[in-house]
Design a protein around this ligand. Structure first.
Ligand SMILES: Cc1ncc(C[n+]2csc(CCOP(=O)(O)OP(=O)(O)O)c2C)c(N)n1
Ligand SMILES: [Mg+2]
Length: 571
């Protein structure tokens, strides 16, 4: 492997080494300073390259690919504000522990801070959000240079996929010539280990649970009859955790993106149940085992106060405790640890504790279904419930921030065969379309999304991918013409400026947006039409939008009626 000039040498070596490490997807936003990277990425057959004009969309596309594929994805851009547009996705990758390798092209030092075009300070641009920052240095033709580049690429890969996984930032200045034409010296030999091996490989970094950790948790689980598993967004093997709940006869209160809302112990309607003060008071647990980042249900957050003994198990020992009430954090893979604990437990055959939760959940579920099925009107809760119910086994369901993720949490019945994902690290409504399309590109599973109209519009540029890549995804868009969530918040009591400041109606025709980008669009006018619309959209292929129009005020009223119906069913 040889290169004609230093810039080409650096880019080609880095890309080769990243492919050796295991990178299979890269996303590139166009520019000139990044030309060496662009050409190296395009020239490497091990890497699928996706080119996206808008850097914010590009970085969220990379994020989606990395979330779905669970391995580092490269995202590269030119110098200047282009690099700043990656910041939201870098933050989401940081907080959701998603491996990303961000490579920003830069001007060489002599052009910085001089008024040179497209030159900003890119050093440590993303602050503490990255696991590793490296100023790669202006490429040169010393024979040792490729060894440094290879080692750095391996380190970037290892840091991105380490414990905790996350984004890394390589800032790479390039001097002209930027394209493969002869430079000053002789062509440079780029080296590399034999047989396509990486220069330095790093072993798995997430440690197996210790004996002491297993024993400590097993003891507390064994001592607690009134225990609960509470699960928030995470990416773990759900089976051993569910097995533990089953053996201990404990209810499982799981957000859909935990993968744990499955099996007989899963309680779907916990949000409504815990709204009921009597129920919450009667059903206080004596121990809670927590995994993942919970926090969608306010009633659950209130319920999990400091008086409830709680242990969080997290692979990286992350401090996921906004209520400041957890009394122990165990740094271990939750699946491995729970598997061991389940084996060590004697098991409980009958448990009035579990049956009381299950009975309440059944009554609550029936009350909710009765109300939602009383007529055929489209509603936000019913859309969430029915979407989760009707998706085929093996599907991805990507859920947007704001009410979609909350409605899914409140109304999705337990089931297996669905992988639920979302941007739950920073809860942004940005980058949603691109995240979904990244997930669709990275898996062979049919991909569906539940979006609000503003999340859809926020990343409307993400839809540009529909014309440039053969990607299939179905967006179910709940269009309430603005931010429906704000109608649930105290600012709704101040009607004067509410619409302008919070509701933000836009009146945009989503069908026209779909047409602009060559996407399909259909409307569902009656709730019962959704299943049919889903299979039609999936069969159509490409990027499809299914729009359901709702009313924000009516939505609040319905949510209140649902909480009331559950309370009546419990009393
Ligand atoms: C990037 C970003 N900007 C602003 C917000 C604040 N925010 C939270 S929810 C929301 C409204 C979302 O509206 P939509 O997607 O239509 O969902 P709905 O609330 O109607 O269910 C906004 C603006 C955010 N979370 N992320
Ligand atoms: Mg909305």
């Amino acid at each position: 492997m040889r290169a004609l000039n230093p810039s080409q040498a650096l880019a080609t070596t880095m890309v080769d080494e990243l492919a050796r490490c295991g990178v299979t997807h890269a996303v590139l936003a166009p520019g000139s300073r990044s030309a060496p990277l662009a050409m190296a990425l395009a020239g490497d057959s091990r890497i699928a390259l996706h080119v996206v004009i808008d850097e914010r969309s590009a970085s969220f596309l990379a994020l989606g690919i990395a979330k779905a594929g669970r391995r580092p994805v490269v995202v590269a851009c030119t110098s200047g504000t282009a690099a700043a547009n990656f910041h939201p996705a870098v933050i989401e990758a940081h907080l959701s522990r998603t491996p990303l390798i961000v490579i920003t092209a830069d001007r060489p030092p002599e052009l910085r801070d001089t008024g040179a075009n497209q030159t900003i300070d890119q050093i440590k641009l993303y602050g503490d959000a990255v696991r590793l920052f490296a100023e790669v240095g202006t490429p040169e033709t010393r024979p040792e240079a490729p060894r440094y580049w290879r080692s750095l690429a391996c380190r970037a890969y290892a840091s991105a996929s380490g414990s905790p996984p996350g984004p890394v930032h390589l800032n790479a200045p390039f001097r002209e010539p930027l394209v493969p034409v002869a430079g000053d010296g002789d062509p440079l030999e780029l080296g590399g280990r034999a047989d396509g091996e990486p220069w330095t490989s790093v072993g798995p970094s997430r440690a197996a649970p210790s004996e002491a950790g297993i024993e400590a948790v097993a003891e507390r689980v064994a001592a607690s009859e009134r225990g609960l598993v509470v699960a928030g967004a995470c990416d773990i093997d759900p089976e051993p955790v569910l097995e533990l709940a089953h053996t201990a006869s404990w209810p499982v209160l799981a957000e859909p993106a935990s993968g744990l809302r499955a099996g007989p112990n899963a309680v779907s309607a916990y949000n409504a149940l815990l709204h009921h003060e009597g129920f919450a008071a009667r059903n206080r647990p004596d121990f809670v085992l927590r995994v993942g980042k919970a926090g969608l249900s306010r009633s659950l957050s209130r319920f999990l106060g400091p008086d409830v003994p709680q242990v969080l198990i997290d692979a990286d020992g992350a401090w996921l405790d906004p209520e400041r009430s957890i009394d122990a954090i165990v740094a271990a893979d939750p699946a491995l640890l729970c598997g061991e604990v389940a084996k060590a437990l004697p098991g409980r055959i009958t448990s009035p504790w579990l049956t009381s939760w299950q009975g309440a959940d059944e009554r609550a579920g029936a009350a909710i279904d009765n109300l939602l099925d009383a007529d055929d009107a489209v509603s936000e809760p019913r859309t969430a419930r029915d979407l989760a119910r009707h998706l085929p086994n093996g599907a991805n369901l990507v859920v947007a921030s704001s009410m979609p993720v909350r409605d899914l949490d409140s109304f999705m019945a337990p089931r297996t065969g669905l992988r639920v994902l979302g941007n739950r690290g920073a809860n942004g409504i940005d980058g949603f379309v691109s995240t979904v399309l990244g997930i669709a590109l990275a898996t062979t599973s049919p991909t569906f999304a539940l979006a609000g109209d503003l999340s859809m519009l926020h990343d409307a540029n993400g839809l540009m991918l529909a014309r440039t890549e053969g990607v299939d995804a179905v967006f179910v868009v709940v269009n309430n013409d603005g931010g429906g969530i704000f109608s649930f918040l105290p600012q709704a009591e101040f009607p004067e400026d509410f619409e302008r400041l919070f509701g933000t109606p836009h009146g945009i025709d989503l069908g026209a947006l779909a047409t602009l980008h060559g996407c399909g669009h259909s409307r569902v006018e009656y709730a019962s039409e959704l299943p049919e619309a889903l299979s039609a959209a999936r069969n159509e292929g490409g990027v499809q939008m299914i729009e359901l129009r709702t009313d924000r005020d009516a939505n609040v009223a319905l949510h209140m009626r649902l909480i009331g119906a559950v309370a009546t069913a419990l009393d």
